[in-house]
Design a protein around this ligand. Structure first.
Ligand code: GLP
Length: 239
């Protein structure tokens, strides 16, 4: 595990974006595992800057996102498809057909999980997987549980996650109760993992994730076993 300490959110975003920059330069046909949430927004802004400066070419890139809410259409501004399109994809020269997220509106949601799982398997996992960290230690939407669920699956969101994510919705009751998420094996299969963590609110859980027991009650703790984990965290998040 390598820990890169950043001064603040902007510094974290630049440092993490530089890791993605070298990945794309070194392997222009990389499979990028992507995440949503506020922690990774600054990284995407930096990737767009690199693209606008003519320094990055996304035409050979494929992406697989971690998760999607069940029941939200791609036109809903809280869906993760909408987030990715508007915060990254439509600003760079990635081929839309090369961008992948679970379909939260699929009629047969377990078939959709199987499809998404095979897609990741077909890529042999991501070359690099970006992660944020939930306040309860979740990665993707792998919530605290008695077991680590390996494959892509439907998850009932924790009350604490619904509360935390309600800041993006008009009201708490608008937050979907379920999501489709990559499983722990899908995430651990990535050749490199970059975990971005910012702010004092995440300090306690980050410490548990990195130095506590490896347990499905703290899903991110499994990352201690990843052979190439880079944590990019700002000063407030590191105690
Ligand atoms: C969300 C997402 C995660 C994200 C996490 C942290 O629920 N499913 O993929 O990493 O919570 O979000 P944020 O970066 O906004 O704190």
């Amino acid at each position: 595990m390598r820990i890169i300490k950043a001064k603040n959110y902007d510094d974290m975003s630049r440092k993490a974006a530089n890791i993605f920059f070298s990945q794309i330069i070194e392997k222009p046909d990389s499979v990028l595992g992507l995440a949503t949430g506020s922690s990774v927004l600054g990284l995407y802004e930096n990737l767009i800057k690199f693209y606008n400066a003519g320094d990055l070419d996304f035409s050979g890139i494929n992406t697989v996102n971690l998760d999607e809410y069940v029941g939200l259409s791609c036109n809903n501004d809280q869906s993760y498809r909408y987030y990715m399109d508007n915060n990254l994809f439509k600003h760079i020269n990635i081929k839309p057909e090369n961008t992948n997220l679970p379909d939260g509106l699929a009629k047969d949601i377990s078939a959709e999980c199987a499809r998404y799982n095979s897609l990741i398997e077909g890529f042999g996992g991501a070359d690099i997987q970006l992660l944020g960290l939930g306040l309860n230690g979740h990665v993707g939407f792998n919530e605290p549980d008695d077991i680590f669920v390996k494959e892509t699956h439907v998850v009932d969101l924790d009350e604490s996650t619904i509360k935390a994510n309600s800041r993006f919705f008009a009201s708490e009751s608008d937050v979907p109760k379920q999501a489709v998420t990559m499983g722990i094996k899908n995430i651990m299969q990535a050749k490199k993992v970059v975990l971005c963590v910012s702010g004092v609110k995440k300090a306690k859980i980050l410490r548990e994730v990195l130095y506590g027991d490896v347990t499905p009650q703290v899903p991110g703790s499994i990352l201690q076993f990843h052979p190439d984990l880079i944590v990019v965290a700002d000063e407030e998040a590191i105690i």
